[in-house]
Design a protein. Structure first.
Lengths: 135, 414
C-alpha cells in the first residue's frame, strides 16, 4: 500500500473549477473595498490642511522624532519561531488526512515527528524566547 | 426554492460537474448574495455590540435611529462616507491606503468555503429502491477539497493589513499596535492550526462538508474533542484581536492601536474587517465543532432549516464574543504569549498524540483523558488558590487599621 498517495489532498483537474467562485469572491471583495475608498475620497469633506493636522497623534504633544525606530527583537524572534513551527503544523495535515490508511504505522511515525517538535518547543521555552516577563 | 438553488449551481454534485456559463453565473449570484449577507451581518454586529454592552452595563445604548436603534449602522455609514478622508503627510501614502483593504478582503474571502446549508439525497440500492440512507451534501460558494487548509491560509493573510496599517501610519501608537498584533496573531495561529488536526484525524477529510456530515452521522466534535474546541475558540478570539486579547488596540495604552491615524471610510473598513473576522470565526467554530447546519435531524425538513440552524448557532457564538468582552479583563502581554506558547501549543500537540493513539488502537476512552485531566487540574488549582487567598486575607484585615495614615504603607506588607 502506498501511503504517499496524496490524491485526496491535492486538487484534481476537475476540482480546480471550484476555485473559480473563490476568484469571483476575491474580485467582489476588492471591488467593495476600492469602491468605498473612492466614494469616501469623492464624497468626503475637504478642509484646508495645516501643520498640526498633519502631525502624528501623540495625545496632543508635538511628536518627538520619527516613529520608524528600533523595537524589541523579541517580535522578530516570535516571527522566526512561528515560521518554523507553522511548517511543522502544515506537515501534520496530509498525515491526518491519510491516517486511516495504516493507523498503527502512521501513529508511530508521527509520534517520532511530534517528539522532535516537542524537543524544539522545550528548547524554546527553556531559552526564554517567548518569556516576555523578564525584561 | 430548493430546486432554484440547485439550478443556481450551489447544490451541483462535485464529481463530474461541468463548468458551464450558467454554472459560473449561478456561483456569481451566490457570491453577490453572501457578500451582502456578510456586510449586513457585520453592520448589525456593530449595532449588537453597542446594544449588548449597554444592556450588560445597565445603559440604553443607541436606540434613537430606527426601531431599537437598528438603523444606527446606516447612520454611521453616512457619517463615515462624508467625513474628511485625512491622509497625513507623515504616512507612507500607498500602503496607508491599501492596508484597510488588505485587512478586509481576506476576511470576506475566507467565508467562501463555509457551508451554510445543505441537502439530503437518498442512496438507492441495487434494485433501484431507496435504502433508507442518505448522503448529505453541503452548499457553499466553493466546495474545496482542501477547505481547512484554505481557511488557515487565507484567514492568516489578515495580519498583513493590520501590520502594514500600523507601520505605514508612521505613528508610535500605530507601530506598537501593529507589531503587537502581528506577534499575537501568528502565535495563536499555531494553536489554531494544531487544534484542527485532531478534527481532520477523526474525519479523514479537509472538506468542510465532510466534517459536517461526519458530525451529523456520529456526534458533534465538541463532545469528542472538547480540548481542541476550547483552544480553537480562544485562539479565534486572539486572531480577531478581541478582548481579552485586544492588546493591538488597547485603548488605555495605545489610544486605538494600529488604526489610530485612520479616519473616515478607511477606519470603517478596519472596523468592518474585525467584525467580518468575528463572523467567520464564529461560523468556523460552528462548522468544525458544533455540527454546522445540522441539528439532530431538524435540518432534514428542508434547506431553509439548515440556513436557520446555521444562523442561530453562529449568532450564539457571535453573542459569546460580546459576552466575553464585557466579562473578562485584558491579559498582560507576557501572559498572552505564555498562554499561547507555553500552554496551548503543548496541550494541542498532546491532544493530537492522544487522538491519534485512540484512533490507531480503537480505544475511544483515550479521547477523554486530556479534557478530564485538564478540568481536574483547573479545579485543584482553583481550590488551592482559594485556600491561599483565604489564608492571606485574614492577617491583612487584622492589620489594616494600624496602617491608616501611614504614607506609602500599602505595598510593603505583602
Amino acid at each position: 500500500m502506498n501511503v504517499l498517495d496524496l490524491a485526496p489532498v491535492l486538487p484534481l483537474a476537475s476540482e480546480m473549477a471550484e476555485f473559480i467562485p473563490v476568484l469571483v469572491m476575491l474580485i467582489f471583495g476588492l471591488a467593495f473595498a476600492a469602491l468605498n475608498l473612492v466614494a469616501s475620497f469623492l464624497l468626503g469633506q475637504k478642509a484646508p490642511t495645516n501643520p498640526v493636522k498633519d502631525m502624528a497623534y501623540e495625545c496632543g504633544m508635538p511628536p518627538i522624532s520619527d516613529a520608524h525606530q528600533r523595537f524589541s527583537v523579541k517580535f522578530y524572534l516570535v516571527a522566526i519561531l512561528f515560521v518554523l513551527f507553522d511548517i511543522e503544523v502544515v506537515f501534520l495535515y496530509p498525515w491526518a488526512v491519510k491516517f486511516e490508511a495504516d493507523k498503527a504505522f502512521l501513529f508511530v511515525e508521527m509520534l517520532i515527528f511530534i517528539g522532535i517538535l516537542f524537543l524544539g518547543w522545550w528548547y524554546v521555552i527553556r531559552k526564554g524566547a517567548v518569556n516576555w516577563a523578564q525584561e | 426554492m430548493g430546486d432554484l438553488l440547485t439550478t443556481l449551481g450551489s447544490g451541483l454534485p462535485l464529481v463530474g460537474a461541468e463548468v458551464t456559463f450558467w454554472w459560473v453565473m449561478g456561483r456569481i449570484g451566490l457570491v453577490l448574495l453572501l457578500v451582502h449577507v456578510l456586510l449586513i451581518v457585520g453592520a448589525l454586529m456593530v449595532w449588537a455590540e453597542r446594544r449588548v454592552s449597554a444592556w450588560m452595563q445597565d445603559r440604553l445604548g443607541p436606540n434613537r435611529v430606527g426601531p431599537e436603534g437598528l438603523l444606527q449602522p446606516l447612520a454611521d455609514l453616512g457619517k463615515f462616507m462624508f467625513k474628511e478622508d485625512v491622509v497625513p503627510k507623515h504616512t507612507s501614502k500607498w500602503m496607508y491606503m491599501l492596508a484597510p483593504a488588505i485587512s478586509l478582503v481576506p476576511a470576506m474571502v475566507t467565508f467562501a468555503v463555509i457551508p451554510f446549508t445543505g441537502s439530503y439525497e437518498p442512496i438507492y440500492g441495487a434494485d433501484g429502491q431507496p435504502t433508507g440512507e442518505y448522503i448529505t451534501q453541503s452548499w457553499q460558494i466553493a466546495d474545496l477539497n482542501i477547505g481547512v487548509l484554505y481557511i488557515l491560509a487565507i484567514a492568516s493573510l489578515g495580519v498583513y493589513g493590520v501590520t502594514l496599517g500600523g507601520w505605514a501610519s508612521n505613528s508610535k501608537y500605530s507601530l506598537l499596535g501593529g507589531v503587537r498584533a502581528s506577534a499575537q496573531m501568528i502565535s495563536y495561529e499555531l494553536s489554531l492550526g494544531l487544534a484542527v488536526v485532531p478534527v481532520v484525524l477523526m474525519v479523514s477529510s479537509l472538506r468542510l462538508g465532510d466534517i459536517i456530515a461526519y458530525q451529523a452521522d456520529t456526534v458533534w466534535l465538541l463532545f469528542t474533542q472538547p480540548v481542541a474546541f476550547f483552544i480553537f475558540l480562544v485562539a479565534s478570539y486572539a486572531e480577531t484581536n478581541r478582548l481579552p486579547f485586544d492588546m493591538p488596540e488597547s485603548e488605555t495604552e495605545l489610544v486605538a492601536g494600529y488604526h489610530t491615524e485612520y479616519s473616515s471610510m478607511k477606519f470603517a473598513l478596519f472596523f468592518l474587517a474585525e467584525y467580518t473576522h468575528m463572523i467567520v470565526g464564529a461560523a468556523l467554530v460552528v462548522t468544525l465543532f458544533c455540527g454546522g447546519w445540522t441539528f439532530f435531524g431538524l435540518e432534514q425538513l428542508g434547506w431553509i432549516m439548515g440556513v436557520l440552524i446555521f444562523a442561530a448557532k453562529t449568532t450564539f457564538f457571535l453573542f459569546a464574543f460580546i459576552w466575553v468582552r464585557w466579562t473578562l479583563p485584558r491579559f498582560r502581554y507576557d501572559q498572552l504569549m505564555a498562554l499561547g506558547w507555553a500552554w496551548f501549543l503543548p496541550i494541542a500537540l498532546l491532544n493530537i498524540v492522544l487522538t491519534g493513539g485512540a484512533l490507531a488502537f480503537d480505544q475511544d476512552w483515550v479521547l477523554y483523558i486530556l479534557p478530564v485531566a485538564l478540568i481536574a487540574a483547573a479545579v485543584i488549582a482553583a481550590w488551592f488558590k482559594y485556600r491561599r487567598d483565604l489564608d492571606n486575607d485574614v492577617p491583612k484585615l487584622e492589620r489594616a487599621p494600624q496602617l491608616v495614615g501611614v504614607a506609602g504603607s500599602g505595598g510593603e506588607e505583602r
